[in-house]
Design a protein around this ligand. Structure first.
Ligand code: COA
Length: 374
């Protein structure tokens, strides 16, 4: 048997993809060949989803058609809403989302159909309905009635309305939309790989993305954006950054929102989120959290050589937008849903079961002992 791969499959190239390209040493990320630095300031989230799914940028007419198609698919199955009402109000929103997505798979008329055409339609329903579901989960837990989607609004604007009850400003909606674009796809990250493993058994799309939500929920992956904000709140003040960090180093604590398996330099998504965090926290009168973030970043780089990842500055962007902390990771899922579904379609289009080997390190050939003699 060949030597085992590095722990956590570090450095292993598991398969091919033409969806996103990452150069972790140079800090490059591209969706379908387009640099994230060109997409982030210029494209919308759904424009990037179209790009990822179709391999080309949409024309104006194509984008308008795509947005309208998804807008018509935003409403959840009423039975999913009924089930979400039965979820205890203190349930972690990511757990409610995982359950809701799974239920949508049961109620989807094409739930068991893995044909490319059905997969495309299901992918549209999933991207269109995730914002509605997060909004419903948030309102139900506050004892409020979930709001019906308004197809005249953009996906991001409608999410804000369905979770807050009020439409956000154009600037807030654009900022939220940009975070979704930045979260859209990222090679074989843990949740996407989980989706691909499930899809490769010829599992259906909803099963695969349910697994993806479960993988994203953990704090070493998508859960880090919420944990990063909790860290900043725990630190509390700019003057406290240095002593807090010294103690954290002593205790060998992981600083959430820092470090990355692939990037050994600036995460290109963090470049945009840092800028957004600066502007939005200043506008919201929360500039101290940006200053604290900068101080934390400087110390992490100078003392440990570890850069912030996508989740670090996203935390203060969402905080400045007034989003509840436990909705940060569901928002990551809302963006990544476009990537997960793209990977499932790519996997199904050229499938082979994903089934690695394990190096067995346990005992062997032990003598059998009858139960009465143990
Ligand atoms: N805080 C403090 N030290 C960190 C760190 C962090 N966030 N991330 C990595 N390190 C240190 C490790 O302690 C380790 O040091 P050592 O060699 O002295 O033991 C070294 O850097 C390598 O880290 P390792 O845990 O092996 O890296 P990994 O590739 O397995 O893990 C992450 C990558 C992302 C899971 C890890 O950086 C992490 O836990 N980050 C915090 C969670 C997070 O932000 N996740 C979102 C990722 S987008």
């Amino acid at each position: 048997m060949t030597a085992p791969a590095g722990r956590g499959l570090e450095g292993v190239v598991a398969s091919q993809t033409s969806l996103s390209f990452i150069d972790g040493l140079k800090g490059i990320l591209m969706y379908r060949g387009y640099d994230i630095h060109d997409l982030a300031p210029n494209a919308t989230f759904l424009e990037s989803v179209f790009l990822l799914w179709n391999g080309k940028l949409p024309t104006q007419a194509e984008l308008a058609g795509f947005e309208a198609e998804l807008a018509a698919e935003r409403a959840l199955d009423p039975r999913t809403l009924d089930a979400l009402r039965a979820v205890p109000s203190d349930t972690v929103p990511m757990a409610a989302l995982r359950t809701g997505i799974s239920l949508e798979g049961i109620f989807d008329p094409e739930g068991e159909d893995n044909s490319p055409e059905a997969n495309q339609r299901k992918a549209k329903r999933l991207v269109a309905r995730t914002p509605t579901m997060i909004g419903a989960i948030h309102r139900i837990r506050q004892g409020l009635t979930p709001l019906d989607p308004d197809p005249s609004l953009s996906l991001s604007a409608d999410f804000v309305r369905m979770s807050n009850g009020e439409p956000g400003t154009d600037e807030a909606v654009a900022a939220l939309d940009r975070t979704l674009l930045l979260y859209l796809d990222h090679g074989f990250n843990a949740s996407t790989f989980a989706c691909r493993v499930i899809a490769a058994t010829l599992g259906d799309m909803h099963s695969a993305v349910t697994g993806g939500v479960g993988a994203l929920k953990g704090s070493l992956h998508g859960g880090a954006n919420a944990k990063a904000m909790e860290t900043l709140l725990e630190i509390g003040e700019l003057d406290n950054v240095e002593p807090w960090l010294e103690k954290a180093f002593e205790e060998k604590r992981k600083i959430m929102g820092f470090g990355h398996r692939v990037y050994k330099t600036e995460d290109p998504r963090a470049t945009h989120l840092r800028e957004m965090s600066k502007t939005l926290t200043e506008q919201a009168g929360l500039g101290k959290f940006y200053e604290m973030s900068r101080a934390l970043e400087e110390r992490m780089i100078s003392q440990k050589g570890i850069n912030p990842n996508v989740d670090f500055y996203c935390a203060t962007v969402y905080y400045a937008l007034g989003i509840p902390i436990d909705l940060y990771t569901p928002l990551f899922a809302m963006g990544r849903m476009g990537g997960w579904t793209a990977h499932i379609m790519e996997q199904h289009a050229d499938n082979r079961l994903i089934r690695p080997r394990a190096e067995y390190v346990g005992e062997q050939n032990l003598p059998w002992v009858p139960i009465e003699n143990r």
